[in-house]
Design a protein around this ligand. Structure first.
Ligand SMILES: *[C@@H]1O[C@H](CO)[C@@H](O)[C@H](O)[C@H]1NC(C)=O
Ligand SMILES: *[C@@H]1O[C@H](CO)[C@@H](O)[C@H](O)[C@H]1NC(C)=O
Ligand SMILES: *[C@@H]1O[C@H](CO)[C@@H](O)[C@H](O)[C@H]1NC(C)=O
Length: 516
Protein backbone atom coordinates (compact mmCIF):
# COMPACT_ATOMS: atom_id res chain seq x y z
CA UNK A 1 0.00 0.00 0.00
CA UNK A 2 1.27 3.41 -0.92
CA UNK A 3 1.66 5.82 1.99
CA UNK A 4 0.76 9.31 0.92
CA UNK A 5 1.84 12.27 2.99
CA UNK A 6 -1.36 13.94 4.04
CA UNK A 7 -0.14 17.43 3.32
CA UNK A 8 0.36 16.47 -0.31
CA UNK A 9 -3.26 15.36 -0.47
CA UNK A 10 -4.60 18.65 0.82
CA UNK A 11 -2.31 21.38 -0.43
CA UNK A 12 -4.24 23.59 -2.83
CA UNK A 13 -7.07 21.10 -2.79
CA UNK A 14 -9.50 22.78 -0.45
CA UNK A 15 -12.96 21.55 -1.32
CA UNK A 16 -11.92 18.63 -3.45
CA UNK A 17 -10.66 16.28 -0.71
CA UNK A 18 -11.94 15.30 2.67
CA UNK A 19 -9.52 17.40 4.71
CA UNK A 20 -8.89 15.79 8.10
CA UNK A 21 -11.33 17.94 10.06
CA UNK A 22 -9.15 18.31 13.16
CA UNK A 23 -8.47 21.52 15.15
CA UNK A 24 -5.72 22.03 16.11
CA UNK A 25 -4.36 20.28 13.05
CA UNK A 26 -1.95 17.42 13.91
CA UNK A 27 1.78 17.71 13.39
CA UNK A 28 2.02 14.65 11.16
CA UNK A 29 -0.67 12.66 9.41
CA UNK A 30 -0.40 9.89 6.84
CA UNK A 31 -3.37 8.43 5.02
CA UNK A 32 -3.23 4.64 4.66
CA UNK A 33 -5.79 4.79 1.89
CA UNK A 34 -8.85 6.80 0.91
CA UNK A 35 -11.09 3.98 2.22
CA UNK A 36 -13.08 5.05 5.23
CA UNK A 37 -13.72 2.88 8.29
CA UNK A 38 -17.08 2.76 9.99
CA UNK A 39 -17.68 2.73 13.73
CA UNK A 40 -19.54 -0.06 15.47
CA UNK A 41 -21.38 2.24 17.85
CA UNK A 42 -23.01 -0.55 19.83
CA UNK A 43 -19.87 -2.53 20.62
CA UNK A 44 -17.49 0.39 20.82
CA UNK A 45 -15.19 0.42 23.89
CA UNK A 46 -12.13 2.35 24.95
CA UNK A 47 -9.84 -0.17 26.65
CA UNK A 48 -6.24 -0.87 27.62
CA UNK A 49 -3.97 -3.86 28.22
CA UNK A 50 -2.37 -1.91 31.07
CA UNK A 51 -5.06 -2.85 33.61
CA UNK A 52 -3.81 -0.52 36.35
CA UNK A 53 -4.41 2.46 34.05
CA UNK A 54 -8.15 2.06 34.56
CA UNK A 55 -7.77 2.80 38.26
CA UNK A 56 -6.30 6.17 37.48
CA UNK A 57 -8.70 9.09 37.93
CA UNK A 58 -7.52 11.04 34.89
CA UNK A 59 -7.66 8.03 32.58
CA UNK A 60 -10.95 6.67 33.86
CA UNK A 61 -12.72 10.03 33.68
CA UNK A 62 -11.32 10.62 30.18
CA UNK A 63 -12.49 7.19 29.01
CA UNK A 64 -15.95 7.83 30.49
CA UNK A 65 -16.16 11.18 28.81
CA UNK A 66 -15.37 9.92 25.30
CA UNK A 67 -17.34 6.71 25.78
CA UNK A 68 -20.28 8.97 26.62
CA UNK A 69 -19.75 11.21 23.58
CA UNK A 70 -19.74 8.22 21.23
CA UNK A 71 -22.68 6.57 22.97
CA UNK A 72 -24.85 9.44 21.76
CA UNK A 73 -24.43 8.48 18.12
CA UNK A 74 -26.79 6.14 16.35
CA UNK A 75 -25.20 3.39 14.26
CA UNK A 76 -24.22 4.90 10.90
CA UNK A 77 -26.72 4.37 8.06
CA UNK A 78 -24.02 3.00 5.76
CA UNK A 79 -22.62 0.62 8.35
CA UNK A 80 -25.09 -0.83 10.83
CA UNK A 81 -22.40 -3.12 12.21
CA UNK A 82 -19.29 -1.13 11.49
CA UNK A 83 -15.77 -2.43 11.72
CA UNK A 84 -14.08 -0.33 14.42
CA UNK A 85 -14.96 -1.71 17.85
CA UNK A 86 -12.17 -0.53 20.12
CA UNK A 87 -9.63 2.10 20.93
CA UNK A 88 -6.76 0.49 22.81
CA UNK A 89 -4.68 2.83 24.98
CA UNK A 90 -1.08 2.53 26.09
CA UNK A 91 0.92 4.96 28.19
CA UNK A 92 4.70 4.89 28.63
CA UNK A 93 4.88 6.91 31.87
CA UNK A 94 1.52 6.55 33.63
CA UNK A 95 2.88 8.07 36.84
CA UNK A 96 3.84 11.43 35.28
CA UNK A 97 1.89 14.20 36.93
CA UNK A 98 0.48 17.29 35.29
CA UNK A 99 2.65 20.38 34.85
CA UNK A 100 3.20 23.00 32.17
CA UNK A 101 5.50 21.24 29.71
CA UNK A 102 4.50 17.65 30.51
CA UNK A 103 4.79 15.43 27.43
CA UNK A 104 1.43 15.53 25.60
CA UNK A 105 2.51 13.62 22.51
CA UNK A 106 0.53 10.69 21.14
CA UNK A 107 0.24 8.47 18.11
CA UNK A 108 -3.14 7.40 16.79
CA UNK A 109 -3.38 4.58 14.34
CA UNK A 110 -6.65 3.90 12.50
CA UNK A 111 -5.47 0.85 10.57
CA UNK A 112 -7.53 -0.03 7.47
CA UNK A 113 -7.53 -3.73 8.41
CA UNK A 114 -7.97 -3.88 12.18
CA UNK A 115 -11.07 -3.39 14.36
CA UNK A 116 -8.78 -1.96 17.01
CA UNK A 117 -7.56 1.62 16.88
CA UNK A 118 -4.26 2.06 18.70
CA UNK A 119 -3.62 5.17 20.76
CA UNK A 120 -0.26 5.37 22.49
CA UNK A 121 1.00 8.28 24.51
CA UNK A 122 3.99 9.19 26.60
CA UNK A 123 1.79 10.29 29.53
CA UNK A 124 -1.88 10.21 30.53
CA UNK A 125 -2.24 13.73 29.17
CA UNK A 126 -1.33 12.59 25.66
CA UNK A 127 -4.24 10.15 25.89
CA UNK A 128 -6.57 13.09 26.49
CA UNK A 129 -5.23 14.85 23.39
CA UNK A 130 -5.35 11.70 21.25
CA UNK A 131 -8.93 10.80 22.14
CA UNK A 132 -10.03 14.31 21.20
CA UNK A 133 -8.39 13.90 17.79
CA UNK A 134 -10.09 10.53 17.42
CA UNK A 135 -13.48 12.13 18.20
CA UNK A 136 -12.92 14.92 15.68
CA UNK A 137 -11.98 12.46 12.92
CA UNK A 138 -15.43 10.88 13.18
CA UNK A 139 -17.91 11.95 10.53
CA UNK A 140 -21.22 12.23 12.38
CA UNK A 141 -23.21 12.17 9.15
CA UNK A 142 -22.08 8.86 7.73
CA UNK A 143 -20.52 7.25 10.82
CA UNK A 144 -17.03 6.76 9.37
CA UNK A 145 -13.37 7.49 10.10
CA UNK A 146 -10.50 8.01 7.67
CA UNK A 147 -7.78 5.33 7.61
CA UNK A 148 -4.99 7.39 9.00
CA UNK A 149 -1.91 7.39 11.17
CA UNK A 150 -1.28 10.49 13.25
CA UNK A 151 1.80 11.47 15.23
CA UNK A 152 1.13 14.60 17.18
CA UNK A 153 2.63 16.86 19.83
CA UNK A 154 2.27 20.53 20.74
CA UNK A 155 4.47 23.23 19.24
CA UNK A 156 4.30 25.31 22.45
CA UNK A 157 4.31 24.11 26.06
CA UNK A 158 2.05 26.91 27.35
CA UNK A 159 -1.37 27.22 25.69
CA UNK A 160 -3.47 29.28 28.04
CA UNK A 161 -6.88 30.81 28.43
CA UNK A 162 -7.80 33.55 30.91
CA UNK A 163 -11.08 33.78 32.78
CA UNK A 164 -11.96 36.72 35.04
CA UNK A 165 -14.22 35.97 38.00
CA UNK A 166 -13.89 39.32 39.76
CA UNK A 167 -15.84 41.56 37.37
CA UNK A 168 -18.53 38.90 36.94
CA UNK A 169 -18.72 35.72 38.96
CA UNK A 170 -18.76 32.43 37.05
CA UNK A 171 -20.47 29.50 38.80
CA UNK A 172 -18.28 26.39 39.08
CA UNK A 173 -20.46 24.60 36.49
CA UNK A 174 -19.77 27.40 34.04
CA UNK A 175 -16.02 27.19 34.65
CA UNK A 176 -16.24 23.44 34.10
CA UNK A 177 -17.98 23.94 30.75
CA UNK A 178 -15.24 26.38 29.74
CA UNK A 179 -12.63 23.77 30.69
CA UNK A 180 -14.51 21.12 28.70
CA UNK A 181 -14.44 23.34 25.62
CA UNK A 182 -10.78 24.28 26.14
CA UNK A 183 -9.82 20.60 26.19
CA UNK A 184 -11.61 20.16 22.84
CA UNK A 185 -9.04 22.62 21.45
CA UNK A 186 -6.11 21.07 23.39
CA UNK A 187 -5.45 24.08 25.64
CA UNK A 188 -3.43 23.15 28.72
CA UNK A 189 -3.53 26.19 31.05
CA UNK A 190 -6.50 27.88 32.70
CA UNK A 191 -5.33 31.28 33.96
CA UNK A 192 -7.83 32.05 36.69
CA UNK A 193 -7.87 35.82 37.25
CA UNK A 194 -9.80 35.15 40.39
CA UNK A 195 -9.79 38.53 42.21
CA UNK A 196 -9.50 42.18 41.13
CA UNK A 197 -10.94 45.62 41.99
CA UNK A 198 -14.65 44.79 41.63
CA UNK A 199 -14.91 41.72 43.89
CA UNK A 200 -12.90 39.19 45.89
CA UNK A 201 -14.67 35.86 45.42
CA UNK A 202 -11.83 33.63 46.75
CA UNK A 203 -12.45 32.31 50.27
CA UNK A 204 -9.17 32.36 52.17
CA UNK A 205 -9.09 30.25 55.35
CA UNK A 206 -6.27 32.50 56.62
CA UNK A 207 -8.21 35.71 55.91
CA UNK A 208 -11.95 34.93 55.74
CA UNK A 209 -12.76 38.64 55.92
CA UNK A 210 -11.40 39.10 52.38
CA UNK A 211 -14.35 37.34 50.76
CA UNK A 212 -16.80 38.16 53.58
CA UNK A 213 -16.33 41.85 52.87
CA UNK A 214 -14.91 41.80 49.34
CA UNK A 215 -17.19 39.37 47.46
CA UNK A 216 -20.40 40.65 45.85
CA UNK A 217 -22.27 38.53 48.40
CA UNK A 218 -21.91 35.20 50.16
CA UNK A 219 -23.32 33.32 47.15
CA UNK A 220 -20.53 34.68 44.96
CA UNK A 221 -17.62 32.98 46.69
CA UNK A 222 -15.35 30.08 45.72
CA UNK A 223 -14.87 27.96 48.83
CA UNK A 224 -11.95 25.53 49.15
CA UNK A 225 -14.26 22.76 48.01
CA UNK A 226 -15.11 24.69 44.81
CA UNK A 227 -11.48 25.50 44.07
CA UNK A 228 -10.45 21.86 44.52
CA UNK A 229 -13.31 20.81 42.27
CA UNK A 230 -12.14 23.15 39.49
CA UNK A 231 -8.52 21.97 39.87
CA UNK A 232 -9.50 18.30 39.75
CA UNK A 233 -11.87 18.79 36.81
CA UNK A 234 -9.15 20.68 34.94
CA UNK A 235 -6.59 17.95 35.68
CA UNK A 236 -8.94 15.36 34.18
CA UNK A 237 -8.81 17.46 31.01
CA UNK A 238 -5.01 17.91 31.07
CA UNK A 239 -5.32 21.54 32.13
CA UNK A 240 -3.17 23.25 34.77
CA UNK A 241 -4.91 25.97 36.79
CA UNK A 242 -2.73 29.05 37.36
CA UNK A 243 -4.38 31.42 39.86
CA UNK A 244 -3.72 35.13 39.64
CA UNK A 245 -3.51 37.39 42.68
CA UNK A 246 -2.83 40.69 40.97
CA UNK A 247 -1.08 43.32 43.15
CA UNK A 248 -0.30 46.08 44.12
CA UNK A 249 -2.89 47.67 41.80
CA UNK A 250 -6.27 46.08 40.99
CA UNK A 251 -6.79 45.40 44.71
CA UNK A 252 -9.71 47.62 45.69
CA UNK A 253 -11.82 44.63 46.79
CA UNK A 254 -9.00 43.46 49.14
CA UNK A 255 -9.19 46.70 51.12
CA UNK A 256 -12.67 46.01 52.46
CA UNK A 257 -11.51 43.00 54.47
CA UNK A 258 -8.07 44.20 55.60
CA UNK A 259 -7.24 47.18 57.82
CA UNK A 260 -4.53 49.56 56.70
CA UNK A 261 -3.79 47.50 53.60
CA UNK A 262 -4.46 49.93 50.76
CA UNK A 263 -3.02 53.42 50.41
CA UNK A 264 -5.43 56.11 51.65
CA UNK A 265 -5.74 59.00 49.19
CA UNK A 266 -9.10 60.81 49.35
CA UNK A 267 -10.47 61.39 45.84
CA UNK A 268 -7.24 60.20 44.19
CA UNK A 269 -7.80 56.46 44.41
CA UNK A 270 -9.06 53.72 42.12
CA UNK A 271 -12.15 54.85 40.16
CA UNK A 272 -11.75 58.29 41.84
CA UNK A 273 -12.37 56.82 45.31
CA UNK A 274 -10.42 57.13 48.56
CA UNK A 275 -8.16 54.10 48.24
CA UNK A 276 -5.47 53.11 45.73
CA UNK A 277 -2.84 50.35 45.43
CA UNK A 278 -1.48 48.36 48.38
CA UNK A 279 0.52 50.58 50.74
CA UNK A 280 4.12 49.42 50.30
CA UNK A 281 5.30 51.14 53.50
CA UNK A 282 3.24 48.94 55.84
CA UNK A 283 5.34 45.96 56.95
CA UNK A 284 2.39 43.86 58.05
CA UNK A 285 1.10 43.90 54.45
CA UNK A 286 3.97 41.63 53.47
CA UNK A 287 3.01 39.21 56.22
CA UNK A 288 -0.52 39.13 54.85
CA UNK A 289 0.78 38.47 51.33
CA UNK A 290 3.14 35.77 52.58
CA UNK A 291 0.41 33.93 54.46
CA UNK A 292 -2.12 34.27 51.65
CA UNK A 293 0.29 33.16 48.92
CA UNK A 294 1.53 30.25 51.06
CA UNK A 295 -2.07 29.10 51.25
CA UNK A 296 -2.69 29.64 47.53
CA UNK A 297 0.47 27.90 46.36
CA UNK A 298 -0.24 24.87 48.52
CA UNK A 299 -3.81 24.69 47.24
CA UNK A 300 -3.03 25.00 43.51
CA UNK A 301 -0.69 22.17 42.47
CA UNK A 302 0.52 23.62 39.16
CA UNK A 303 3.72 25.10 40.61
CA UNK A 304 2.87 28.51 39.16
CA UNK A 305 1.14 31.60 40.41
CA UNK A 306 0.39 34.71 38.39
CA UNK A 307 1.36 37.82 40.37
CA UNK A 308 -0.12 40.45 38.07
CA UNK A 309 1.75 43.71 38.54
CA UNK A 310 0.01 45.59 35.73
CA UNK A 311 -1.33 49.14 35.56
CA UNK A 312 -0.11 50.52 38.89
CA UNK A 313 -1.24 54.17 39.05
CA UNK A 314 1.07 56.52 40.98
CA UNK A 315 -1.46 59.29 41.62
CA UNK A 316 -2.70 57.80 44.88
CA UNK A 317 0.76 57.07 46.29
CA UNK A 318 1.81 60.61 45.34
CA UNK A 319 -1.02 62.24 47.27
CA UNK A 320 -0.38 60.38 50.54
CA UNK A 321 1.99 62.62 52.53
CA UNK A 322 2.86 59.96 55.13
CA UNK A 323 3.92 57.63 52.35
CA UNK A 324 5.98 60.35 50.66
CA UNK A 325 7.71 61.13 53.97
CA UNK A 326 8.43 57.42 54.49
CA UNK A 327 9.94 57.21 51.00
CA UNK A 328 12.31 60.08 51.83
CA UNK A 329 13.39 58.40 55.00
CA UNK A 330 14.02 55.14 53.09
CA UNK A 331 15.88 56.89 50.27
CA UNK A 332 13.28 55.82 47.69
CA UNK A 333 13.27 58.58 45.11
CA UNK A 334 10.64 57.81 42.49
CA UNK A 335 7.30 56.05 42.46
CA UNK A 336 8.77 53.62 40.00
CA UNK A 337 11.36 52.79 42.67
CA UNK A 338 8.56 52.45 45.19
CA UNK A 339 6.85 49.93 42.96
CA UNK A 340 10.17 48.07 42.62
CA UNK A 341 10.55 48.06 46.39
CA UNK A 342 7.14 46.41 46.68
CA UNK A 343 7.63 43.91 43.86
CA UNK A 344 11.05 42.81 45.03
CA UNK A 345 9.68 42.03 48.47
CA UNK A 346 6.74 40.18 46.92
CA UNK A 347 8.91 38.17 44.54
CA UNK A 348 11.19 37.21 47.45
CA UNK A 349 8.17 35.87 49.30
CA UNK A 350 7.06 33.74 46.36
CA UNK A 351 10.61 32.56 45.81
CA UNK A 352 10.70 31.36 49.43
CA UNK A 353 7.53 29.40 48.67
CA UNK A 354 9.37 27.50 45.91
CA UNK A 355 6.79 28.62 43.40
CA UNK A 356 7.46 29.93 39.92
CA UNK A 357 5.56 32.91 38.70
CA UNK A 358 4.11 34.66 35.73
CA UNK A 359 3.90 38.47 35.77
CA UNK A 360 2.41 41.01 33.39
CA UNK A 361 4.97 42.80 31.22
CA UNK A 362 5.15 46.00 33.30
CA UNK A 363 7.33 44.18 35.85
CA UNK A 364 9.90 43.62 33.12
CA UNK A 365 9.42 46.99 31.41
CA UNK A 366 10.07 48.78 34.72
CA UNK A 367 13.39 46.96 35.10
CA UNK A 368 12.51 45.12 38.31
CA UNK A 369 14.77 42.45 39.73
CA UNK A 370 13.15 39.10 38.86
CA UNK A 371 14.05 35.42 39.26
CA UNK A 372 15.48 33.75 36.14
CA UNK A 373 12.54 31.33 35.78
CA UNK A 374 9.94 34.12 35.67
CA UNK A 375 7.53 34.10 32.73
CA UNK A 376 6.78 37.55 31.33
CA UNK A 377 3.22 37.87 30.09
CA UNK A 378 3.05 40.34 27.19
CA UNK A 379 -0.31 42.03 26.74
CA UNK A 380 0.27 45.56 25.43
CA UNK A 381 0.77 46.88 21.91
CA UNK A 382 4.07 46.54 19.99
CA UNK A 383 4.38 43.03 21.36
CA UNK A 384 7.12 42.09 18.88
CA UNK A 385 9.41 44.75 20.40
CA UNK A 386 8.59 43.87 23.99
CA UNK A 387 9.00 40.14 23.45
CA UNK A 388 12.25 40.79 21.60
CA UNK A 389 13.60 42.64 24.65
CA UNK A 390 12.32 40.00 27.08
CA UNK A 391 13.98 37.09 25.28
CA UNK A 392 17.20 39.03 24.73
CA UNK A 393 17.29 39.50 28.50
CA UNK A 394 16.95 35.71 28.83
CA UNK A 395 13.42 35.47 30.23
CA UNK A 396 10.64 33.17 29.13
CA UNK A 397 7.59 34.84 27.69
CA UNK A 398 3.99 34.23 26.66
CA UNK A 399 1.90 36.30 24.28
CA UNK A 400 -1.60 37.72 24.77
CA UNK A 401 -1.58 41.15 23.06
CA UNK A 402 -3.34 40.07 19.84
CA UNK A 403 -5.61 37.57 21.59
CA UNK A 404 -8.00 39.61 23.75
CA UNK A 405 -11.11 37.69 22.78
CA UNK A 406 -13.33 39.89 24.97
CA UNK A 407 -13.00 42.54 22.23
CA UNK A 408 -15.72 41.56 19.82
CA UNK A 409 -16.73 42.93 16.45
CA UNK A 410 -18.89 41.94 13.53
CA UNK A 411 -17.55 39.22 11.21
CA UNK A 412 -14.81 36.63 11.29
CA UNK A 413 -12.25 37.92 13.75
CA UNK A 414 -10.86 34.40 14.25
CA UNK A 415 -8.86 34.97 11.05
CA UNK A 416 -7.00 37.82 12.70
CA UNK A 417 -6.15 35.64 15.72
CA UNK A 418 -5.12 32.80 13.44
CA UNK A 419 -2.70 34.89 11.41
CA UNK A 420 -0.58 35.92 14.40
CA UNK A 421 2.86 34.27 14.47
CA UNK A 422 4.51 34.41 17.92
CA UNK A 423 7.96 33.81 16.40
CA UNK A 424 7.68 36.94 14.24
CA UNK A 425 10.15 38.85 16.40
CA UNK A 426 12.62 40.88 14.34
CA UNK A 427 16.26 39.94 14.89
CA UNK A 428 15.65 37.11 17.37
CA UNK A 429 18.00 34.12 17.28
CA UNK A 430 16.62 30.55 17.39
CA UNK A 431 17.98 30.22 20.91
CA UNK A 432 16.14 33.37 21.99
CA UNK A 433 12.96 32.21 20.29
CA UNK A 434 13.02 29.04 22.37
CA UNK A 435 12.13 31.32 25.30
CA UNK A 436 8.78 32.07 23.67
CA UNK A 437 6.96 29.24 25.42
CA UNK A 438 3.46 29.97 24.18
CA UNK A 439 0.51 32.27 24.52
CA UNK A 440 -2.80 32.88 26.08
CA UNK A 441 -6.22 33.94 24.83
CA UNK A 442 -7.94 36.27 27.32
CA UNK A 443 -11.63 36.61 28.09
CA UNK A 444 -11.80 39.57 30.45
CA UNK A 445 -15.06 39.74 32.35
CA UNK A 446 -16.40 43.28 31.88
CA UNK A 447 -19.27 42.10 29.71
CA UNK A 448 -19.03 38.36 30.24
CA UNK A 449 -20.61 35.94 32.69
CA UNK A 450 -22.14 32.46 32.56
CA UNK A 451 -24.77 33.65 30.05
CA UNK A 452 -22.35 34.28 27.22
CA UNK A 453 -18.85 33.05 28.05
CA UNK A 454 -19.13 29.82 26.05
CA UNK A 455 -20.46 31.27 22.81
CA UNK A 456 -18.10 34.24 23.04
CA UNK A 457 -15.11 31.96 23.62
CA UNK A 458 -15.82 29.14 21.21
CA UNK A 459 -14.78 28.54 18.57
CA UNK A 460 -12.81 31.84 18.41
CA UNK A 461 -10.33 30.59 21.02
CA UNK A 462 -9.72 27.50 18.91
CA UNK A 463 -8.00 29.64 16.26
CA UNK A 464 -5.48 30.65 18.94
CA UNK A 465 -5.25 27.04 20.10
CA UNK A 466 -4.25 25.90 16.62
CA UNK A 467 -1.58 28.59 16.37
CA UNK A 468 -0.13 27.37 19.67
CA UNK A 469 -0.37 23.63 19.02
CA UNK A 470 0.11 23.06 15.28
CA UNK A 471 3.11 23.53 13.04
CA UNK A 472 3.87 27.14 12.15
CA UNK A 473 3.41 26.11 8.52
CA UNK A 474 -0.29 25.52 9.19
CA UNK A 475 -1.59 28.85 7.87
CA UNK A 476 -4.14 28.15 5.12
CA UNK A 477 -7.24 30.19 6.00
CA UNK A 478 -9.61 28.32 3.66
CA UNK A 479 -8.54 24.96 5.06
CA UNK A 480 -8.92 26.29 8.61
CA UNK A 481 -12.36 27.70 7.89
CA UNK A 482 -13.56 24.28 6.78
CA UNK A 483 -12.04 22.55 9.81
CA UNK A 484 -13.09 25.22 12.32
CA UNK A 485 -16.69 24.96 11.19
CA UNK A 486 -16.63 21.19 11.67
CA UNK A 487 -14.87 21.68 15.02
CA UNK A 488 -17.60 24.04 16.23
CA UNK A 489 -20.21 21.49 15.24
CA UNK A 490 -18.30 18.89 17.27
CA UNK A 491 -18.58 21.25 20.23
CA UNK A 492 -22.30 21.84 19.67
CA UNK A 493 -22.88 18.08 19.54
CA UNK A 494 -21.24 17.97 22.98
CA UNK A 495 -23.32 20.68 24.71
CA UNK A 496 -20.93 23.61 24.13
CA UNK A 497 -22.87 26.44 22.41
CA UNK A 498 -20.02 27.44 20.09
CA UNK A 499 -21.16 30.29 17.85
CA UNK A 500 -21.30 30.17 14.06
CA UNK A 501 -18.36 31.20 11.90
CA UNK A 502 -19.97 31.15 8.45
CA UNK A 503 -22.67 33.39 6.98
CA UNK A 504 -24.83 30.33 6.43
CA UNK A 505 -24.26 26.80 7.67
CA UNK A 506 -25.73 24.00 9.75
CA UNK A 507 -24.42 21.22 11.97
CA UNK A 508 -25.30 17.52 11.61
CA UNK A 509 -26.14 17.62 15.33
CA UNK A 510 -27.21 21.10 16.43
CA UNK A 511 -26.70 22.51 19.92
CA UNK A 512 -29.97 21.74 21.67
CA UNK A 513 -29.71 23.32 25.10
CA UNK A 514 -27.61 23.01 28.18
CA UNK A 515 -27.18 19.59 29.74
CA UNK A 516 -25.15 20.34 32.89
C1 LIG B 1 7.51 12.96 24.25
O1 LIG B 1 7.33 11.59 24.14
C2 LIG B 1 7.57 11.07 22.83
C3 LIG B 1 7.12 9.62 22.79
O2 LIG B 1 7.53 8.91 23.93
C4 LIG B 1 9.04 11.27 22.47
O3 LIG B 1 9.29 10.79 21.17
C5 LIG B 1 9.32 12.77 22.53
O4 LIG B 1 10.68 13.01 22.28
C6 LIG B 1 8.92 13.35 23.86
N1 LIG B 1 8.98 14.80 23.75
C7 LIG B 1 9.69 15.55 24.56
C8 LIG B 1 9.61 17.03 24.33
O5 LIG B 1 10.35 15.08 25.46
C1 LIG C 1 -19.23 13.44 6.14
O1 LIG C 1 -19.90 12.54 5.32
C2 LIG C 1 -20.87 13.13 4.45
C3 LIG C 1 -21.58 11.99 3.74
O2 LIG C 1 -20.63 11.13 3.15
C4 LIG C 1 -20.16 14.08 3.50
O3 LIG C 1 -21.10 14.72 2.66
C5 LIG C 1 -19.42 15.14 4.32
O4 LIG C 1 -18.66 15.99 3.48
C6 LIG C 1 -18.49 14.49 5.33
N1 LIG C 1 -17.98 15.51 6.22
C7 LIG C 1 -16.70 15.76 6.41
C8 LIG C 1 -16.36 16.83 7.36
O5 LIG C 1 -15.83 15.12 5.86
C1 LIG D 1 11.79 24.96 49.24
O1 LIG D 1 12.76 24.06 48.73
C2 LIG D 1 13.89 23.92 49.58
C3 LIG D 1 14.92 23.09 48.85
O2 LIG D 1 14.33 22.03 48.12
C4 LIG D 1 13.43 23.29 50.92
O3 LIG D 1 14.53 23.18 51.77
C5 LIG D 1 12.39 24.21 51.55
O4 LIG D 1 11.86 23.62 52.72
C6 LIG D 1 11.24 24.47 50.56
N1 LIG D 1 10.36 25.48 51.14
C7 LIG D 1 9.02 25.39 51.12
C8 LIG D 1 8.26 26.51 51.75
O5 LIG D 1 8.43 24.45 50.60
Amino acid sequence: MLFVLFSILTVGAYGSFNILPVVPFPQEAEMFSTNRRSLNVEEFRITTDQGHLLEDKVISSTINRYQHYFSRFKPGPLSPDGDITQVSLSVVYPEASLFIGVNESYTLNIDPHSPIVKLSANTRFGVIRGLETFYQLYNITDGTFPSVKIRDYPRFAYRGFLIDTSRHFLPVESIEMVITGLAMAKFNVLHWHIVDDPSFPYYSPSFPSLSEKGAYDSNHVYRIFDVLRVISFAENHGIVVVPEFDTPGHTLSWGKGLENFLTYCPGQGTFGGDYGPINPSVDSNYEVLHKLLAEVTSLFPGGFVHLGGDEVPFKCWQSNQDLVAWMKQQGIQTFNDLESYYEEKLLDIVHQLNTSYVVWEEIFNNGLHIQPDTIIHVWKGKWEDTMGKVIKAGYKTILSSPWYLNYISFSMDWKKYYQVEPYKIPGATPEELSLVIGGEACMWGEFVDATNILSRTFPRASAVAERLWSSEKQTNIGDMEFRLNKHRCGMCARDIPAETILLRSYCPVEFDGYDW
